[in-house]
Design a protein around this ligand. Structure first.
Ligand SMILES: Nc1ncnc2c1ncn2[C@@H]1O[C@H](COP(=O)(O)OP(=O)(O)O)[C@@H](O)[C@H]1O
Ligand SMILES: [Mg+2]
Length: 368
């Protein structure tokens, strides 16, 4: 049987470009090469798509995108695939069929529904959540609203847009003080990797934190500080989903900020973490409910603040394309639950096909 063509898409325009490269390197080694032929597609930090044998090196070495080897996804479901520019003749483009895409992209333009929309237009099955779930998981305000609607516990919060902040700073300060108290967390609504997030200890620090968040988004979330351990849980599936054993992140900084995530190597990851059977069950249950609440598919990592003494569990967020290097939390939590990395990759690709096939049967226009 002919091998299926898997477009492994990595890099991307977000701050998690390098994490994506590392995740893709691990996945490349784990794909079953008897069933799949890998087509590497690298997206540069500027958003140019490169395909072919050099794509991988170009991104690692951060060479500027060349004139040749560029790729575009053809949005023609009759011919699912890429158009790839010839190396020898830059004016020539050839069609490269693609059977399934694995976008190992985190954050903006990768995890937020935009590239998922492109695959929908192209009629290509893809690993991970669809447009709506990806966008909802990326926008912390919408995510929290959906979680609340589904009866899931979230930290109290406020949000506002840039135009509602300027000129009304004092009244927001007042509302934050009375409704949330200090310390609190100020975050851009859409981003990740803790970029633009500040822990604010006193009212006077609020304006600078809001201005920092406004650098990254027009919408700002202010959240009550939750004292607790940072517990995470991995979900795998689609309509039927299962949850892994939980793990714990012990940040090396004041909170799990950008430095603690990617620069300092001193944060501790404990997988699995022993929280007692009852608490573990409730975290798994909340994780699957969070997965369903946003209509996620394939994979998601659900992050919590847990206080085992008080038995409190608060959902912080859902990540629809979590870090996927062989030492990332998501695969480690599955490993600890009996699903190895290779099997995980295989199952995610299978889910991409089954979700696609199921949805293929839908009508887009009324019957004549
Ligand atoms: N309400 C909160 N209470 C306590 N710590 C928080 C709170 N919100 C965020 N943090 C800390 O900031 C980190 C990053 O926040 P998070 O909302 O997860 O953003 P990101 O999507 O960038 O990962 C968390 O892992 C945690 O360490
Ligand atoms: Mg987080």
């Amino acid at each position: 049987m002919e091998r299926k063509k898997l477009a492994l898409i990595f890099g991307g325009r977000s701050g998690e470009h390098v994490v994506s490269l590392r995740s893709a390197a691990s996945i490349m080694e784990a794909v079953d090469l008897e069933s799949y032929e890998i087509m590497p597609v690298g997206i540069t930090r500027d958003g140019a798509w490169l395909a072919g044998p050099d794509a991988w090196l170009s991104l690692w070495e951060q060479r500027l995108p060349r004139e040749a080897g560029r790729a575009v996804l053809l949005t023609d479901p009759g011919h699912p695939g890429l158009l790839i520019q010839s190396d020898q003749h830059p004016g020539e483009w050839r069609h490269q069929p693609v059977d399934v895409a694995f976008p190992v992209l985190h954050g903006t333009y990768g995890e937020d529904g935009t590239i998922q929309g492109l695959f929908e237009l192209a009629g290509i099955p893809y690993v991970g959540s669809g447009v709506l779930a990806s966008a909802t998981g990326m926008d912390k305000v919408f995510m929290k609203a959906i979680f609340q609607q589904c009866g899931l516990p979230v930290a109290p919060y406020l949000f506002f847009y840039r135009y509602q902040w300027h000129g009304l700073e004092a009244s927001w300060q007042e509302r934050v003080a009375t409704e949330l108290g200090f310390p609190c967390f100020v975050k851009p609504a859409n981003l990740g990797s803790s970029v633009g997030i500040t822990k604010v200890f006193a009212p006077a620090e609020l304006p600078a934190a809001v201005e920092e968040a406004l650098l990254y988004d027009e919408k700002v979330l202010v959240e009550e500080f939750v004292a607790g351990r940072e517990i995470e849980c991995a979900v795998l599936g689609d309509i039927e989903a299962s949850a892994s054993r939980p793990g714990e992140v012990i940040p090396c900084n004041e909170f799990y900020d950008y430095r603690a995530k990617y620069i300092d190597d001193r944060s501790n990851l404990v997988v699995p973490v022993d929280l007692g059977a009852a608490l573990e069950e409730s975290i798994k249950d909340y994780s699957i409910r969070a997965f369903r609440a946003v209509e996620a598919s394939g994979l998601a990592r659900v992050d919590f603040f847990v206080n085992p003494d008080k038995d409190t569990v608060i959902i912080n967020e859902i990540n629809t394309m979590p870090g996927f290097t062989s030492i990332s939390m998501y695969p480690k939590m599955w490993e600890a639950s009996g699903v190895g990395y290779r099997e995980l990759v295989g199952r995610l690709i299978d889910i991409a096909f089954s979700r696609h096939n199921r949805r293929q049967a839908l009508l887009f226009t009324p019957p004549e």
